[in-house]
Write a protein that binds this ligand. Sequence first.
Ligand SMILES: *Cc1c(COP(=O)(O)O)cnc(C)c1O
Length: 365
Amino acid sequence: MGGKEQDFINEAFDTNWIAPLGPNVNGFESDIQEYNNVDQCAVLTTGTAAIHLALVLKGVGSGDQVLCSTFTFSATVNAISYQKAIPVFIDSEKETWNMCPVALRKAIEDRILQGSKPKACLVVHLYGMPSKMDELLSICKEFDIPIIEDSAEALGATYKGKKMGTFGQLGIYSFNGNKIITTSGGGALVSNNEDYIKEARFLATQARDPAPHYQHSKVGYNYRMSNIVAGIGRGQMIVLDKWIEKRRTINTWYKEILKSYPFISFLAEPNNDYFSNHWLTCILVENNPKDITRETIRLGLLSENIEARPLWKPMHQQPIFKDHPSYLNGVSDYLFEKGLCLPSGSNMTRDQKLRISECLNKILG
Ligand SMILES: *Cc1c(COP(=O)(O)O)cnc(C)c1O
């Protein structure tokens, strides 16, 4: 926490705004709009709810196909499943680890050949790294397929100076406990199209028609963020850039302490067009004469009670999703085999960092 969160919560209690609406909800939404330079925002219960509503707004329904990064967290794909739609998995490219433009084009052309055009393209900016937006936007424009950005991990990251989440017709952020800022749980849907966000607010509050009694002509959801939770969000927005700076410093620090091991490489910005929030520092442990693997490092750290995790297991490898169509090139499988997320919390102390670096040098030495 940054310090001001409690003040916003106290204000909500003092003024009795204990509801899924109120001044903190409005304030948090305008903070997000201003920070990302986007016209409209609705804060919601979770990032998953935001993805779900984005798909509903784009009319994705039963049997529709949705192009989706295979290298992601399951929440992205679960939202597609809520609509009984079919995810079409697209593999990664090696530079940003995000959706591969070559695989995307192949998938779209093949799906059209087989009789139906995908309804939307869900692009994920994993670990805070921006995707190759110029290429992805131009392919989707060519085929008239709307882009929805899953920016759950990429709040504050930019591509050519523009914030991730604001390139597509709709974008989402997550404020879950593990993200770069948190409201304990929460999410946001953003767009430059006012109609989408108006409709999102309507659907997120049980789709109540304008009438004195309760009347409904659409299926609604209870997805609106509470005014208490939004108070935490307002406090967190004050420190967001500071937290990003800390994550980026941690990333630079890891590069420094691991620079003498040529078999370790980093997920890194390809050039100055890309600005990652470096939510997590991720490495690849490639072949080396000492046969040190990702698992050697993970287990070595674990024996010192330091947790590191493998990268996200690709969705086409998941038991629940494995039978869906996929357009693969081997990249995400390779990343999953060789990759590791290192401890990256914004609140890591000097002592903790020292312990990590000593432990890494012992394992690798
Ligand atoms: C965390 C996350 C989500 C889901 O957000 P919640 O707020 O936890 O529902 C979706 N996509 C990705 C890539 C995530 O990391």
